[in-house]
Design a protein around this ligand. Structure first.
Ligand SMILES: Cc1cc2nc3c(=O)[nH]c(=O)nc-3n(C[C@H](O)[C@H](O)[C@H](O)COP(=O)(O)OP(=O)(O)OC[C@H]3O[C@@H](n4cnc5c(N)ncnc54)[C@H](O)[C@@H]3O)c2cc1C
Length: 369
């Protein structure tokens, strides 16, 4: 692994300054896509993908080490994570020849994919989806609404979950369907968030017709396909857990450098959070090892998700406290934005309530009534 990381550091020392010089502080969507394109050309963004898709065929632990080095270099976050990490592996597993052609284009950002799963009334209870995909001849006719579609405004394509058999039991009558966001009848409306951004969209479908060849996986088996996609999303939480440890360590280093804003009480809290983050990081690595050996993460993923999301909110609360009034009202209100953005951590990829239900049920074996 040492050789691999040395190659990465050499590549970053060349590529990152070139990207920064080209975009001169611009962190717009286009600038970030350009960075992802460079990362994919270097086979770093796609390191986990098989070689035939432009990857390096590396295992989870190698990929985690790569992501740590990239994060430590100060490189920006690549924008097409949903496509790269969640959709592309699903297309590789379930896609037909045509659908699998999208994988390489996801790496280069020629295609940006979003996940159209949640709906009003189908979030935690995802199997409740009501968007319909009626099979009519050799086409699906899609009607309904999706919500909280991350990157919906930028996306060129969607992995959609639609009800294709209204008469079957909840989990049995839904299918995964791929579609271009330019298909007539698709309307995307941005949702403004409390942090001022609009990273989500509502997506409306009115008599949207797509060929039956856009079915992803078997008909009416969309639940299984979507659980594969969400399995990749949930494994990604382990990566965030590792990042949190790095972030708290950074704050502790500020204490060591004599940052006078940090009182003994805050220093104590940082130390406590660091210990928790270390334990969390160890659990996350253990889980990734299990996945690398072909195992399926289950209950441990829920514990990692719960602790990571709640701990990351505590960290952002401390950071905002340290920034003081200036951090909320000043030109540089990054601390306040971080605090507000962190609210979503306990909702995305399973709310804390749902995660606690799973822990109570599957880990602790608590009675249901
Ligand atoms: C940052 C972020 C990105 C997202 N990206 C996407 C995306 O790209 N695509 C997509 O399809 N969706 C996306 N989502 C949506 C996300 O999957 C849902 O928000 C999540 O599943 C919760 O569903 P909901 O918002 O409908 O809340 P609800 O399910 O309506 O829940 C409302 C409240 O009730 C509680 N609750 C619900 N059921 C139970 C229960 N059985 N027991 C106890 N409490 C319960 C919940 O914990 C919550 O507090 C994203 C969300 C966030 C925050």
């Amino acid at each position: 692994m040492d050789d691999l990381l040395a190659e990465l550091r050499t590549w970053l020392s060349d590529a990152l300054p070139k990207w920064k010089a080209k975009w001169n502080g611009d962190t717009s969507w286009d600038a970030l896509c350009d960075w992802q394109r460079m990362m994919a050309e270097g086979k770093w963004a796609t390191a986990s993908w098989p070689v035939e898709y432009g990857g390096r065929g590396l295992g989870t632990m190698d990929v985690l080490a790569i992501e740590d080095v990239v994060a430590a270099s100060g490189a920006p976050q690549i924008p097409g994570m949903i496509g790269l990490k969640n959709v592309a592996p699903t297309l590789m597993k379930f896609g037909n020849d045509e659908q699998r052609k999208s994988v390489v284009r996801i790496g280069s950002t020629d295609e940006v994919w979003c996940q159209g799963f949640s709906e009003p009334g189908a979030g935690s209870d995802l199997a409740n989806v009501r968007a319909s995909g009626r099979l009519e001849g050799d086409e699906f006719v899609i009607n309904g609404q999706k919500v909280w579609t991350s990157n919906g405004m930028h996306a060129s394509h969607m992995q959609l979950l639609a009800r294709t058999n209204p008469d079957a039991p909840k989990h049995k009558g839904i299918s995964a369907i791929t579609l271009s966001m330019k298909t007539p009848g698709v309307e995307v409306r941005p949702i403004k968030q409390i942090n001022g951004g609009a990273e989500f969209a509502e997506v409306f479908f009115t008599d949207v017709r797509v060929p039956v060849a856009n079915l992803l996986g078997p008909l009416h088996e969309g639940w299984m396909v979507t659980m594969t996609t969400l399995g990749h999303e949930r494994a990604g939480v382990a990566v965030f857990a590792g990042r949190l440890e790095q972030r708290i360590r950074g704050l502790i280093e500020d204490v060591a450098k004599g940052d006078t804003r940090i009182s003994p009480v805050v220093a104590d809290e940082l130390a406590e959070m660091y210990v928790e983050a270390r334990v969390l990081g160890a659990m996350a690595r253990q889980m990734l090892n299990k996945i690398a050996q072909g195992g399926t993460p289950s209950s441990e993923q829920s514990v990692i998700k719960m602790v990571w999301s709640e701990l990351s909110q505590r960290v952002d609360t401390v950071v905002m406290g340290l920034a003081g009034v200036e951090g909320v009202t000043g030109d540089n209100h990054a601390a306040a934005l971080g605090y507000l953005s962190a609210r979503s951590a306990t909702i995305a990829a399973g709310t804390s309530d749902i995660v606690k239900n799973i822990i109570g049920d599957r880990v602790l074996g608590l009675p249901r009534d």
